[in-house]
Design a protein. Structure first.
Length: 274
């Protein structure tokens, strides 16, 4: 992954790191893909998993279209990222319980308090409207990112990358923090789950490490990424819906659905249409 914690608000500098990474990654694309494919996929039962959406989109609750807006989400680049270098792809985000979904949707860290209010009470101050739903189904081929051990083979490949010349030059400048290490599974996992992952995409329209990683995961044939929530105690799942075309995986709304919904399930038959 390209190093991002360079401590300098300089688009050219980071884009230079990214270009260096692109050149080296292009030459090792198959090796990177193979390293990820060595990781056994995990099946995830979605029974009781949750999703929160803005009420304005309650008729499209299973649509991943929102993940493509602006810079995208943690594991998929959006429309503001250069599409010629980083094609956007949608992801449907789910959480394994309501509390985790609530914290992720509202951006509330665990046990957070503001003016004496707990995070579950802060929702009363939210001027927007949202709706919560439960799903059922199963994703058969998820990449398990809940353990850093699954990144070991990928890190062995990344360790053979030459440090970008710009990165070495900038690291010598007085007052410039050291570049974040992504050469170990622990270091890489930390960058993928970085709380402030949006900083570079928002300010400079270049992808976060987690978005670059997700592109490799998609190319390796996985249908999603299972990961621990950065906000709550539960797990989350980013489902790459376009990968379900030749799969038995299925996501469906649980219980009776109100009339007017465009889709009540995502399967191989409609995954390109939602």
């Amino acid at each position: 992954m390209p190093p991002q914690a360079c401590g300098r608000a300089d688009c050219d500098g980071h884009d230079g790191h990214l270009l260096d990474f692109d050149v080296q990654a292009a030459a090792r694309r198959e090796v990177l893909r193979t390293a990820l494919q060595r990781v056994p996929p995990v099946a995830v039962s979605l029974d009781g998993w949750c999703r929160l959406v803005n009420f304005a989109y309650c008729c499209d609750v299973l649509s991943p279209a929102g993940s493509l807006r602006r810079v995208g989400q943690r594991f998929n680049p959006g429309s503001d990222i250069d599409p010629s270098r980083f094609p956007a792809f949608p992801a449907l985000y789910l959480a394994e319980n309501f509390e985790t979904a609530f914290r992720e949707y509202h951006g509330l860290p665990k046990d957070s308090r503001i003016d004496g209010l707990r995070s579950d009470e802060l929702s009363l101050q939210d001027p927007g409207c949202w709706t919560a739903l439960q799903v059922t189904g199963r994703i058969d081929k998820a990449f398990d990112l809940t353990t850093g051990g699954n990144l070991e083979d990928l890190c062995r490949v990344l360790a053979r990358f030459n440090p970008p010349a710009r990165a070495r030059h900038m690291a010598r400048r007085p007052g410039t923090p050291a570049l974040a290490s992504v050469g170990t599974p622990t270091g890489l996992l930390q960058t993928l789950m970085e709380t402030s992952w949006k900083s570079w995409p928002v300010h400079f329209a270049v992808p976060a490490n987690s978005q670059v990683f997700a592109q490799l995961v998609v190319e390796a044939g996985f249908e999603g990424i299972l990961y621990r929530s950065a906000k709550g105690a539960g797990r989350c799942l980013a489902v790459f819906t376009r990968r379900l075309g030749n799969s038995a995986s299925r996501i469906a709304l649980r219980g009776r659905s109100p009339p007017g919904l465009r889709f009540t399930e995502i399967t191989a038959a409609n995954c390109l249409d939602v």
